[in-house]
Design a protein around this ligand. Structure first.
Ligand SMILES: Cc1cc2nc3c(=O)[nH]c(=O)nc-3n(C[C@H](O)[C@H](O)[C@H](O)COP(=O)(O)O)c2cc1C
Length: 388
């Protein structure tokens, strides 16, 4: 079973991701892992933190001579901001006067519920762990999963389909999304230049008014085999597992598979992907991909399409009403350096989560202690599918 965990606080010494269960022999290209980390830091509307942090993965176990060795992989990401926080967040007792307490919990964050739940007088430790800085570690783990999936020809990318009230009105092709991922500059991660300009204008309004803005990203998993996940039990359904992975991303409040939103308001005759067969190519084809590559919780060989719906960032330059935890008097919520729009970055995190879930499903289906064994099983299965 493939598993991953992250550890680390937003202003602590470093973030750590561990990934356990990847077969031995998977080539790991650190430059590609670091490119993913770079992509997560981009996008119009990011705050000052991205100027401080230049994420760079340091793999400390599980990879030797450029390949996985079948043991747990641990990746460290240094927090450059730690140097400003060593006295505020020491591991030992430290000096109480150097603390940076967060006494005015921010609506929309874990601050208040977390402080009550963990019995802290103020919310500093809650902010530190709830912060989306943690997503850098997810992206590192996801990048390793992508390295594994590449060997099976599976690729995963994202693009932005909505920012505030502005939407991309047509489906993006895989080639367009791939071209986007090669760009040296990420603006809002939209495949259409005019729509992207309108998205930028939405972010500018939020900047000008001290507000924040949300949106929608779409993750596309390309070139998948038929048969990942299963209809047989609730928890083996790939759609459910993807939904959980996407909604676990900070600020994501909704998930959509395929054209779910449109389908919910259409007649059944309009939303199913009709089945056809090409005798010449001895292959099943589909009339469309409104199901987003998943039927009955099983991958059907079409691209998997999963969208994440982000609420606007909760920390506002014009703070919302809150309460001082010490005096219980009304107070403006605390403000800490913050992003205004994170939709493209959240898409990159979405890719990482989808890569993990799909890598997990691939390992479940094809097994193998070594990549060689996994690929042999995969190729045998592909032949079986061809002969169906
Ligand atoms: C890539 C990314 C960056 C984020 N940056 C910020 C930020 O700068 N300020 C902020 O208030 N929230 C930010 N968030 C969202 C919060 O982490 C999130 O809203 C908060 O932890 C509460 O969790 P919830 O919104 O999922 O309930 C970011 C989310 C993502 C995915």
């Amino acid at each position: 079973m493939l598993r991953f965990e992250t550890a680390g606080e937003s202003h602590g010494e470093c973030l750590v991701a561990t990934l356990t269960g990847l077969p031995a022999g998977v080539p790991i290209h650190l430059d590609r892992v670091n490119r993913e980390l770079w992509r997560r830091q981009q996008g119009y509307g990011r705050g000052g933190r991205q100027k401080i942090e230049k994420d760079c993965a340091r793999i400390v176990s599980g990879v030797r001579h450029g390949r996985t060795i079948g043991s747990p992989i641990a990746v460290l990401l240094e927090n450059r901001d730690w140097k400003n926080w060593t006295e505020a967040l020491p591991v030992d007792e430290g000096d109480d006067r150097k603390r940076k307490p967060l006494k005015r919990p921010r609506p929309g964050h874990a601050d208040l519920a977390g402080a009550i739940k963990f019995s802290f007088e103020e919310a500093r430790y809650i902010l530190e762990r709830a912060s989306a800085r943690e997503t850098a570690a997810r992206v590192a783990a996801g990048a390793l999963c992508k390295e594994f999936l590449r060997e099976f020809g599976i690729e995963i990318l994202s693009h932005v389909v909505g920012v505030g009230g502005c939407r991309l009105e047509r489906r993006a092709s895989w080639d367009q999304i791939e071209a986007l991922s090669r760009r040296g500059e990420v603006l809002l991660g939209c495949v259409d230049a005019d729509t992207e300009a309108r998205m930028k204008a939405e972010v500018d309004i939020a900047y000008r008014t001290g507000d924040t803005i949300g949106g929608i990203f779409e993750v596309v998993a390309h070139n998948l085999p038929v048969g990942l996940g299963s209809h047989a039990t609730w928890d083996s359904r790939l759609d459910g597992r993807l939904a959980q992975a996407i909604v676990s991303i900070q600020a994501v409040k909704g998930v959509e598979i395929g054209s779910a939103e449109e389908s919910a308001t259409s007649f059944g005759s309009k939303v199913q992907d009709t089945i056809h067969y090409s005798k010449e190519h001895r292959q099943f084809t589909r009339g469309a991909n409104k199901a987003g590559g998943l039927e009955g919780g099983i991958s059907n060989g079409q691209d998997i399409l999963v969208r994440g719906y982000l609420k606007p960032i909760s920390t506002l330059r014009k703070p919302l009403e809150s309460v001082d935890l010490e005096t219980r008097d009304p107070a403006s919520a605390a403000y800490e350096r913050s992003d205004v729009c994170v939709v493209p970055a959240a898409g990159v995190v979405g890719e990482a989560m989808v890569a993990f879930v799909i890598a997990q499903a691939v390992i479940e289906k094809f097994g193998g202690d070594s990549l060689r064994e996994s690929l042999r099983n995969f190729q045998g299965y592909q032949q079986q599918v061809k002969d169906f």
